[in-house]
Ligand binder design. Structure first.
Ligand SMILES: Cc1ncc(COP(=O)(O)O)c(C=O)c1O
Length: 375
């Protein structure tokens, strides 16, 4: 039984009757960049998250970079973040001219450990940028408290966690700004690239909108150095339809996670740990094991996909090899050796989860037998 990491064609097939009319309307409108469809989607996301402003941009990476710039982060500043994320979290910081300062993670959730943040604050620190990794909120309250004590901005990287909440409020609504990615495989995915900055801060929202539109609020009048980073009407049309299904799809992800726990119960591996202070939406179902490579090989042999998020912590990426040569973050370094994401998508089938379970058991079960024999 072949099992892919996600099945975007199946999702499309399911939603096609709703998507095609929406796309046709957007195409017929003649307005393909910004315009009423994008504005409607921005209003709907703002309402869904409970924030005042939502600004559509070209990608999650741009959302991070523009939010940081709009928050005043610039050359010479430092931004504290996690070393265990996709590169965009830290490259967005570097693109503003600021320096990413990596602090180690919580070994159970793989999210930034708030206990490590205060010691990393210097006179140059401007912001803290936690990532809600794999679809679970980072522990925001202690981070917000540290930011309040030191006059820092908190920017949330929600690229993997659209729809997740923390203590009853959606992620993205806690910090000065939240940054979303609509990359196709995300919990709210477009049919191409897209992203969004959400915020309650009127001035920050205005700056993001201007920065993303050539530094301009009025046509051909440019007040700051900006770029072109806008959401297409076609993507907004698709995303409006998919937003209506987001909660149901995230519920399905949680159901699949429950089933994974059943089929993997009792095996020598670390299952995803739910913190209990929010709803994990399982963008990824990521286990950890010292036998990762053997598990990967066994899955591949059965035609089952798996992925490592992420094999190289950010402070060990070749582009920063020299800059962080003296920095040791043992938990992130160990996680990079042990984590393994299993197939996960709303339309995953129970028999596919069972096939994954059997393939993992074939590796870990065999090891237990060998161990028993040697006793
Ligand atoms: C944690 C994280 N941050 C940022 C991004 C960047 O988003 P995008 O691909 O839309 O630029 C991604 C994913 O791609 C991500 O997983």
């Amino acid at each position: 039984m072949k099992v892919a990491m996600t099945d975007l064609s199946a999702e499309y097939a399911l939603l096609e009757p709703e998507l095609l009319p929406a796309v046709r309307t957007a195409l017929a409108s003649g307005q393909y960049v910004q315009g009423p469809t994008v504005q409607a989607f921005e209003r709907e996301v703002a309402q869904y998250l409970g924030v005042r402003h939502a600004i559509g941009v070209a990608s999650g990476t741009d959302a991070l970079m523009l939010a940081l710039k709009a928050a005043g982060v610039t050359t010479g500043d430092e931004v504290i973040t996690t070393p265990f994320s996709f590169i965009a979290t830290a490259s967005a910081i570097a693109m503003t001219g600021a320096t990413p300062v990596f602090v180690d993670i919580d070994p159970l959730t793989f999210n930034l450990d708030p206990a490590n943040v205060e010691a990393a604050i210097t006179a140059r620190t401007r912001a803290v940028l936690p990532v809600h990794l794999y679809g679970q909120a980072a522990d925001l309250e202690p981070l917000l408290a540290a930011c309040a004590r030191h006059g820092l901005r908190l920017i949330e990287d929600c690229a993997q966690a659209m729809g997740a909440d923390y203590k009853g409020r959606k992620v993205g609504s806690w910090g000065h700004a939240g940054c979303l990615s609509f990359y196709p495989s995300k919990t709210l995915g477009a049919f191409g690239d897209g992203g969004m900055v959400v915020t309650d801060d009127d001035a920050l929202a205005t700056r993001v909108r201007m920065l993303a539109n050539h530094g301009s609020a009025t046509r051909y009048r440019h007040e700051m150095l900006g770029c072109n980073s806008r959401l297409d009407a076609l993507q907004a049309a698709v995303l409006r339809v998919k937003l209506l299904h987001l909660d149901e799809f995230n519920r399905r992800r949680r159901d699949h996670a429950r089933r994974y726990r059943e089929v993997l119960a009792g095996m020598q591996l670390q299952l995803p740990v739910e913190t209990g202070f929010g709803t994990h939406v399982y963008h990824q179902f990521t286990i950890a094991s010292d036998e990762r490579e053997r598990i990967r090989a066994a899955l591949a042999q059965q035609g089952i996909a798996s992925a490592v998020h992420y094999p190289i912590p950010l402070h060990r990426q070749p582009l920063w090899q020299d800059a962080y040569a003296g920095v040791h973050l043992p938990r992130a370094e160990e996680a990079a050796q042990r984590v393994l994401s299993l197939p996960m998508s709303p339309l995953l089938k129970p028999e596919q989860i069972e096939a994954v379970g059997r393939a993992v058991a074939a590796v870990l079960g065999a090891r237990e037998c060998a161990h028993a024999r040697s006793m």
